[in-house]
Design a binder for this molecule. Structure first.
Ligand SMILES: [Mn+2]
Length: 503
């Protein structure tokens, strides 16, 4: 299921709807779709339903100053040809149901029901604003054409990711880095974000903190409030001396919003957030700060009653489970018992490669943005860029490249979801990598490994990075080199199957 914004241009009677009680991301998303349709000369209306009209000061300022035309309605005058639902999904409990001949969905939450053919739901994105930014980029529209549009999308992403601290997808980073927003506007909204009542919610919530002494974590439930309040509470909560991780949540009518913090290297906040929300929504962020959301429909489908007592017990249970079921290993401090493992060697598989000097001038420093993170390389004559089996990118010297791979005539097919690109730091140019990519085949054999499939979660601190662990999940492989059995690391199960075979 996918869509392009240009799919909408064949309709003439369009209503755009965001979820009830809109937040900045919902408003920015509706505004952006309407902006696009206006540009194409198609009339549309942007509405939201529900009991309440927008009343938060920052949102009122945003609506007024960026010229967002939105209407609070209880019903539609007529059944539109097309209803485009943004930042939520049709049929969810936080979206008033309006009838339409056809439905389209653009969202970034977890899929919770059946989707219409015209839908684009990207659960790993920090905001719906980012999805629309990407859809516009694909239509060759520069959001910076209109500063109000760039400001709205930037603010939508900012507020949905706790001031960018809970961002992880490269496309979110693109919007954050490339939007030419108005600093004046953002500063104004940022400082009208909390009402006196919300400040009181934060104060009340702190009084109800609970502590788990076995695993040194803290839990706080806050009354329904702006997600930014959760971030403020968890930042303060983590400073308490007896805890090393904490989770702050609030139970909303349509789901649970969480904010997670960690100050120890044995638990990444991003990973904890994704563990807590797994199967029920989504979560992620950084080492120290992360956030997430769990959908009411999915929680209920898991047999958990949507009431405070059951939800509190469920969240506390997941926290305990996280700490109880993760094994921590430090490379170099233990010798693996290879008799319990299988001997494997590399098999033949295809990768992509690019000669670095084909994409930028020698000596230039370039920045590469990939799904796994950003990296910088210097363009040298003997540097190649390899696109690995799941779309991961890494630089390699020519000598090592030739020893590991042989070039192939087969056309290159990119296996990943986010097309990598570089920014040339000298010329400032953005260059897509895929048009330059050619195929190569990995040679069989080489250094062998011993490996075993994991049946529980393991965190490995490898020899080359003692600060950050690699997470191994059920189905991934714990591996050691056959010539150095203290060199433990994790190989993703999917990549392992594509790249190794029994010796
Ligand atoms: Mn959103």
């Amino acid at each position: 299921m996918s869509l392009a914004l240009s799919d909408f241009t064949k309709y003439s009677d369009i209503v755009i709807q965001c979820h009830d009680n809109p937040d900045a991301d919902a408003l920015a998303s509706g505004f952006a779709v309407k902006w696009y349709l206006d540009k194409k000369g198609i009339k549309s209306k942007f509405v939201y339903g529900g009991k309440n009209k927008v009343h938060k000061s920052n949102l009122l300022l945003m609506i007024e100053r960026l010229g967002i035309e939105t209407e609070h309605v209880q019903a539609l005058d007529n059944k539109p040809e097309l209803l485009i639902v943004v930042d939520c999904q049709y049929g969810q409990s936080n979206v008033t149901r309006f009838d339409a001949k056809e439905i389209a969905i653009i969202d970034h939450h977890q899929v919770s029901g059946e989707l219409p053919a015209m839908s684009d739901v990207r659960s790993s994105y920090g905001s719906c604003s980012t999805v629309i930014y990407d859809l516009m980029t694909k239509e060759n529209i520069d959001i910076n054409e209109d500063q109000n549009l760039a400001t709205a999308l930037y603010y939508g992403l900012m507020t949905d990711t706790n001031g960018f601290s809970e961002i992880y997808h490269p496309c979110d980073k693109d919007l954050r880095d490339f939007a030419k927003y108005s600093v004046t506007e953002i500063t104004l909204y940022k400082n009208t974000n909390l009402s006196q009542d919300e400040l009181k919610i934060a104060g009340d919530a702190l009084k109800g903190a609970s502590y788990n002494t076995d695993y040194s974590y803290g839990l706080i439930e806050a009354e329904p409030c702006d997600p930014n309040i959760l971030g403020i509470i968890s930042d303060m909560f983590l400073e308490v001396d007896s805890i090393t991780t904490c989770l702050v949540y609030s139970i909303l009518s349509y789901g649970i919003k969480i904010s997670v913090r960690s100050c120890v290297k044995e638990a990444k906040a991003s990973e904890l957030a994704s563990f807590i929300t797994e199967g029920l929504g989504g979560g992620g962020g950084h080492l120290v700060k992360a956030g997430g959301f769990m959908q009411k429909e999915l929680i209920e489908a898991h047999g958990i009653g949507y009431n405070r007592a059951e939800l509190n017990a469920f969240i506390d249970g997941r926290m305990k489970e996280y700490f109880a079921t993760s094994e921590i290993m430090h490379a170099g401090e233990r010798e693996e018992d290879v008799s319990q493992m299988t001997h494997y060697v590399k098999k033949e598989f295809m990768v992509g490669y690019i000669k670095a000097s084909d994409i930028a001038e020698l000596g230039h420093k370039v920045f590469i943005r990939t799904l796994e993170g950003d990296l910088d390389i210097i363009i040298e004559d003997d540097v190649y860029i390899v696109i690995y089996v799941a779309g991961e990118i890494y630089p390699i010297k020519q000598k090592k490249f030739e020893a590991t791979y042989s070039v192939s005539d087969a056309p290159y097919v990119f296996p990943g979801e986010y097309a990598p690109y570089i920014i040339d730091n000298v010329s400032g140019k953005r260059i897509e990598l895929l048009p330059f990519a050619k195929s190569a085949v990995a040679k069989k054999g080489g250094t062998g490994i011993y490996a075993r499939k994991l049946d529980h979660r393991v965190k490995v601190f490898t020899a080359w990075d003692p600060e950050k662990y690699y997470l191994g999940k059920v189905g991934d492989y714990l591996s050691v080199r056959d010539d150095d059995t203290t060199d433990i690391y994790i190989i993703n199960g999917n990549i392992f199957n594509k790249t190794y075979e029994e010796a």
